[in-house]
Design a protein around this ligand. Sequence first.
Ligand SMILES: CC(C)(COP(=O)(O)OP(=O)(O)OC[C@H]1O[C@@H](n2cnc3c(N)ncnc32)[C@H](O)[C@@H]1OP(=O)(O)O)[C@@H](O)C(=O)NCCC(=O)NCCS
Length: 233
Amino acid sequence: MMKLKQTYTVTGNRKPVLLAGNGISARILKCTLEHESEYYVAGVVGDNKQAGQCSDLADLPFFNVESRTIDEDTPVFMAVGYSGLNMRRAEFFNRLCSNGWNIESYISSRAIVLTEGIGKGCLIMPSSVIEPGAVVGADTVVWGGAYISHDSIIGSHCWLASGCVTGGSAKIGNHTFLGINSSVVNDISVGAYNFIGTAASVTKNTGDRDLVLGPKSIRPAWDAVEFARSIGF
Ligand SMILES: CC(C)(COP(=O)(O)OP(=O)(O)OC[C@H]1O[C@@H](n2cnc3c(N)ncnc32)[C@H](O)[C@@H]1OP(=O)(O)O)[C@@H](O)C(=O)NCCC(=O)NCCS
Protein backbone atom coordinates (compact mmCIF):
# COMPACT_ATOMS: atom_id res chain seq x y z
CA MET A 1 0.00 0.00 0.00
CA MET A 2 1.24 3.52 -0.82
CA LYS A 3 2.46 5.40 2.27
CA LEU A 4 0.94 8.80 2.99
CA LYS A 5 3.48 11.56 2.64
CA GLN A 6 4.20 13.09 6.06
CA THR A 7 3.37 16.77 5.62
CA TYR A 8 3.54 17.75 9.29
CA THR A 9 5.95 17.44 12.20
CA VAL A 10 4.96 15.98 15.55
CA THR A 11 6.53 18.12 18.24
CA GLY A 12 5.86 19.28 21.80
CA ASN A 13 4.21 17.49 24.68
CA ARG A 14 1.52 15.53 23.00
CA LYS A 15 -0.80 13.45 25.18
CA PRO A 16 -1.13 9.71 24.60
CA VAL A 17 -4.45 8.36 23.38
CA LEU A 18 -5.62 4.87 22.44
CA LEU A 19 -7.81 4.00 19.47
CA ALA A 20 -10.57 1.43 19.96
CA GLY A 21 -10.45 -0.29 16.58
CA ASN A 22 -7.81 -1.02 13.98
CA GLY A 23 -9.55 -0.72 10.62
CA ILE A 24 -10.14 2.11 8.17
CA SER A 25 -11.84 4.42 10.71
CA ALA A 26 -8.87 4.04 13.06
CA ARG A 27 -6.45 4.76 10.24
CA ILE A 28 -8.27 7.98 9.32
CA LEU A 29 -8.62 9.05 12.94
CA LYS A 30 -4.90 8.46 13.60
CA CYS A 31 -4.01 10.62 10.63
CA THR A 32 -6.44 13.35 11.79
CA LEU A 33 -5.07 13.32 15.35
CA GLU A 34 -1.47 13.52 14.22
CA HIS A 35 -2.29 16.32 11.87
CA GLU A 36 -4.22 18.67 14.08
CA SER A 37 -4.56 17.70 17.72
CA GLU A 38 -2.63 17.63 20.97
CA TYR A 39 -2.67 13.80 20.98
CA TYR A 40 -0.43 11.08 19.68
CA VAL A 41 -1.68 7.54 19.18
CA ALA A 42 -0.01 5.34 21.79
CA GLY A 43 -1.76 2.10 20.85
CA VAL A 44 -4.81 0.25 19.73
CA VAL A 45 -7.42 -1.56 21.84
CA GLY A 46 -9.22 -4.58 20.40
CA ASP A 47 -9.83 -8.30 20.59
CA ASN A 48 -7.33 -9.48 18.07
CA LYS A 49 -4.28 -7.64 16.78
CA GLN A 50 -4.61 -9.08 13.29
CA ALA A 51 -8.38 -8.83 12.65
CA GLY A 52 -9.22 -6.06 10.22
CA GLN A 53 -5.87 -4.40 10.80
CA CYS A 54 -4.68 -1.52 8.62
CA SER A 55 -0.98 -1.65 7.86
CA ASP A 56 -0.57 1.95 9.11
CA LEU A 57 -1.45 0.69 12.60
CA ALA A 58 0.57 -2.53 12.55
CA ASP A 59 3.53 -1.17 14.52
CA LEU A 60 1.48 0.29 17.37
CA PRO A 61 1.29 -1.46 20.75
CA PHE A 62 -1.85 -3.61 21.04
CA PHE A 63 -4.00 -3.85 24.18
CA ASN A 64 -6.64 -6.52 24.66
CA VAL A 65 -10.01 -5.09 25.60
CA GLU A 66 -10.37 -7.56 28.47
CA SER A 67 -7.01 -6.87 30.14
CA ARG A 68 -6.05 -3.25 30.67
CA THR A 69 -2.26 -3.03 31.05
CA ILE A 70 -1.81 0.71 30.54
CA ASP A 71 -2.39 3.77 32.73
CA GLU A 72 -6.13 3.71 33.39
CA ASP A 73 -6.51 7.43 32.70
CA THR A 74 -5.30 7.16 29.10
CA PRO A 75 -8.18 8.39 26.94
CA VAL A 76 -9.69 5.97 24.44
CA PHE A 77 -11.35 7.23 21.25
CA MET A 78 -13.88 5.02 19.47
CA ALA A 79 -12.57 4.20 15.99
CA VAL A 80 -14.99 1.60 14.63
CA GLY A 81 -17.18 1.95 11.52
CA TYR A 82 -20.93 1.67 10.99
CA SER A 83 -21.28 -2.01 10.13
CA GLY A 84 -24.48 -3.71 11.26
CA LEU A 85 -26.13 -0.29 11.61
CA ASN A 86 -23.51 0.64 14.19
CA MET A 87 -24.25 -2.40 16.32
CA ARG A 88 -20.69 -3.68 16.16
CA ARG A 89 -19.33 -0.38 17.46
CA ALA A 90 -22.04 -0.17 20.14
CA GLU A 91 -21.23 -3.66 21.39
CA PHE A 92 -17.52 -2.77 21.53
CA PHE A 93 -18.30 0.54 23.28
CA ASN A 94 -20.31 -1.29 25.94
CA ARG A 95 -17.53 -3.82 26.52
CA LEU A 96 -14.95 -1.05 26.85
CA CYS A 97 -17.19 0.68 29.41
CA SER A 98 -17.70 -2.48 31.43
CA ASN A 99 -13.94 -3.15 31.43
CA GLY A 100 -13.25 0.32 32.84
CA TRP A 101 -11.50 1.95 29.86
CA ASN A 102 -11.50 5.75 29.95
CA ILE A 103 -13.60 6.47 26.86
CA GLU A 104 -13.62 10.12 25.84
CA SER A 105 -14.99 12.09 22.91
CA TYR A 106 -12.76 13.50 20.24
CA ILE A 107 -13.86 16.95 19.05
CA SER A 108 -11.73 18.24 16.21
CA SER A 109 -10.27 21.71 16.70
CA ARG A 110 -11.45 22.32 13.13
CA ALA A 111 -15.09 21.48 13.89
CA ILE A 112 -17.49 24.24 14.92
CA VAL A 113 -19.22 22.96 18.04
CA LEU A 114 -21.53 25.45 19.75
CA THR A 115 -23.06 23.10 22.31
CA GLU A 116 -21.87 21.37 25.46
CA GLY A 117 -24.19 18.47 24.74
CA ILE A 118 -21.78 15.93 23.30
CA GLY A 119 -22.02 12.46 24.87
CA LYS A 120 -19.21 10.08 25.79
CA GLY A 121 -17.24 8.32 23.06
CA CYS A 122 -18.24 10.53 20.12
CA LEU A 123 -16.08 11.49 17.16
CA ILE A 124 -16.71 15.00 15.86
CA MET A 125 -14.57 15.22 12.75
CA PRO A 126 -13.04 18.28 11.02
CA SER A 127 -15.36 20.69 9.19
CA SER A 128 -18.50 19.43 10.89
CA VAL A 129 -20.83 22.00 12.47
CA ILE A 130 -23.03 21.51 15.53
CA GLU A 131 -25.26 24.47 16.33
CA PRO A 132 -26.42 25.72 19.77
CA GLY A 133 -28.87 23.60 21.70
CA ALA A 134 -28.08 20.42 19.76
CA VAL A 135 -27.44 17.21 21.69
CA VAL A 136 -25.40 14.26 20.44
CA GLY A 137 -25.73 10.90 22.23
CA ALA A 138 -22.90 8.59 23.26
CA ASP A 139 -20.75 6.75 20.69
CA THR A 140 -22.07 8.78 17.75
CA VAL A 141 -19.82 9.64 14.83
CA VAL A 142 -20.24 12.99 13.08
CA TRP A 143 -18.04 12.78 10.00
CA GLY A 144 -16.36 15.74 8.28
CA GLY A 145 -18.76 18.22 6.73
CA ALA A 146 -21.92 17.01 8.49
CA TYR A 147 -24.16 19.86 9.69
CA ILE A 148 -26.34 19.49 12.79
CA SER A 149 -28.70 22.45 13.15
CA HIS A 150 -29.81 24.04 16.39
CA ASP A 151 -31.73 21.96 18.94
CA SER A 152 -31.41 18.73 16.96
CA ILE A 153 -31.34 15.68 19.18
CA ILE A 154 -29.11 12.94 17.81
CA GLY A 155 -29.30 9.56 19.52
CA SER A 156 -26.55 7.23 20.68
CA HIS A 157 -24.50 4.96 18.36
CA CYS A 158 -25.48 6.91 15.21
CA TRP A 159 -23.33 7.61 12.15
CA LEU A 160 -23.71 10.93 10.34
CA ALA A 161 -21.82 10.80 7.06
CA SER A 162 -20.21 13.72 5.24
CA GLY A 163 -22.54 16.39 3.95
CA CYS A 164 -25.63 15.20 5.81
CA VAL A 165 -27.79 17.90 7.34
CA THR A 166 -30.33 17.89 10.13
CA GLY A 167 -32.70 20.88 10.26
CA GLY A 168 -33.54 22.66 13.49
CA SER A 169 -35.05 20.47 16.23
CA ALA A 170 -34.83 17.30 14.14
CA LYS A 171 -34.56 14.06 16.13
CA ILE A 172 -32.51 11.05 15.10
CA GLY A 173 -33.05 7.73 16.90
CA ASN A 174 -30.32 5.47 18.27
CA HIS A 175 -28.17 3.49 15.81
CA THR A 176 -29.44 5.38 12.76
CA PHE A 177 -27.18 5.90 9.73
CA LEU A 178 -27.49 9.14 7.74
CA GLY A 179 -25.77 8.70 4.37
CA ILE A 180 -23.65 11.14 2.43
CA ASN A 181 -25.55 14.33 1.52
CA SER A 182 -28.79 13.17 3.11
CA SER A 183 -31.05 15.60 4.92
CA VAL A 184 -33.64 15.47 7.66
CA VAL A 185 -35.74 18.59 7.59
CA ASN A 186 -36.55 20.70 10.64
CA ASP A 187 -38.82 19.28 13.37
CA ILE A 188 -38.84 15.79 11.81
CA SER A 189 -38.21 12.66 13.89
CA VAL A 190 -36.31 9.72 12.47
CA GLY A 191 -36.71 6.44 14.35
CA ALA A 192 -34.04 4.12 15.72
CA TYR A 193 -32.11 1.75 13.44
CA ASN A 194 -33.00 3.70 10.26
CA PHE A 195 -30.89 3.61 7.12
CA ILE A 196 -31.15 6.94 5.32
CA GLY A 197 -29.42 6.52 1.96
CA THR A 198 -27.17 8.94 0.21
CA ALA A 199 -28.97 12.11 -1.00
CA ALA A 200 -32.27 11.04 0.59
CA SER A 201 -34.36 13.82 2.04
CA VAL A 202 -36.54 12.88 5.00
CA THR A 203 -39.59 15.16 5.16
CA LYS A 204 -41.96 12.97 7.20
CA ASN A 205 -41.44 11.24 10.54
CA THR A 206 -40.18 7.67 10.28
CA GLY A 207 -40.65 4.67 12.57
CA ASP A 208 -37.99 2.34 13.91
CA ARG A 209 -36.05 0.27 11.35
CA ASP A 210 -37.32 2.35 8.43
CA LEU A 211 -35.39 2.66 5.18
CA VAL A 212 -35.35 5.87 3.14
CA LEU A 213 -33.43 5.87 -0.16
CA GLY A 214 -32.49 8.84 -2.26
CA PRO A 215 -33.12 9.26 -6.00
CA LYS A 216 -31.46 6.72 -8.25
CA SER A 217 -28.74 8.17 -10.46
CA ILE A 218 -29.61 8.49 -14.14
CA ARG A 219 -26.91 6.95 -16.32
CA PRO A 220 -27.71 7.45 -20.00
CA ALA A 221 -25.30 5.66 -22.33
CA TRP A 222 -23.79 8.89 -23.59
CA ASP A 223 -20.16 9.84 -23.80
CA ALA A 224 -19.51 12.35 -20.97
CA VAL A 225 -17.04 14.47 -22.95
CA GLU A 226 -19.44 14.71 -25.90
CA PHE A 227 -22.30 15.51 -23.56
CA ALA A 228 -20.33 18.27 -21.79
CA ARG A 229 -19.40 19.78 -25.15
CA SER A 230 -23.05 19.69 -26.32
CA ILE A 231 -24.15 21.75 -23.32
CA GLY A 232 -21.28 24.22 -23.61
CA PHE A 233 -19.04 22.95 -20.77
C1 LIG B 1 -28.69 2.52 -0.82
C2 LIG B 1 -27.34 2.34 -1.45
C3 LIG B 1 -26.46 1.47 -0.54
C4 LIG B 1 -27.52 1.65 -2.79
O1 LIG B 1 -26.27 1.49 -3.39
P1 LIG B 1 -26.14 0.90 -4.84
O2 LIG B 1 -24.73 0.84 -5.20
O3 LIG B 1 -27.10 1.62 -5.73
O4 LIG B 1 -26.54 -0.58 -4.61
P2 LIG B 1 -27.26 -1.53 -5.60
O5 LIG B 1 -27.20 -1.00 -6.97
O6 LIG B 1 -26.70 -2.90 -5.35
O7 LIG B 1 -28.76 -1.44 -5.07
C5 LIG B 1 -29.25 -2.34 -4.11
C6 LIG B 1 -30.74 -2.46 -4.32
O8 LIG B 1 -31.36 -1.25 -3.87
C7 LIG B 1 -32.06 -0.64 -4.95
N1 LIG B 1 -31.84 0.78 -4.89
C8 LIG B 1 -30.65 1.39 -4.80
N2 LIG B 1 -30.82 2.72 -4.74
C9 LIG B 1 -32.15 2.93 -4.83
C10 LIG B 1 -32.93 4.08 -4.84
N3 LIG B 1 -32.38 5.27 -4.75
N4 LIG B 1 -34.27 3.94 -4.93
C11 LIG B 1 -34.82 2.72 -5.03
N5 LIG B 1 -34.12 1.58 -5.01
C12 LIG B 1 -32.80 1.69 -4.92
C13 LIG B 1 -31.46 -1.21 -6.22
O9 LIG B 1 -32.38 -1.22 -7.28
C14 LIG B 1 -31.14 -2.62 -5.79
O10 LIG B 1 -32.28 -3.43 -5.77
P3 LIG B 1 -32.42 -4.61 -6.83
O11 LIG B 1 -31.28 -5.52 -6.51
O12 LIG B 1 -33.76 -5.18 -6.52
O13 LIG B 1 -32.30 -3.97 -8.16
C15 LIG B 1 -26.61 3.71 -1.67
O14 LIG B 1 -27.39 4.51 -2.54
C16 LIG B 1 -26.39 4.47 -0.40
O15 LIG B 1 -27.22 5.22 0.06
N6 LIG B 1 -25.20 4.29 0.24
C17 LIG B 1 -24.81 5.04 1.42
C18 LIG B 1 -23.39 5.50 1.20
C19 LIG B 1 -22.94 6.40 2.30
O16 LIG B 1 -23.58 7.35 2.67
N7 LIG B 1 -21.77 6.07 2.85
C20 LIG B 1 -21.22 6.82 3.93
C21 LIG B 1 -19.77 6.49 4.01
S1 LIG B 1 -19.05 7.31 5.38
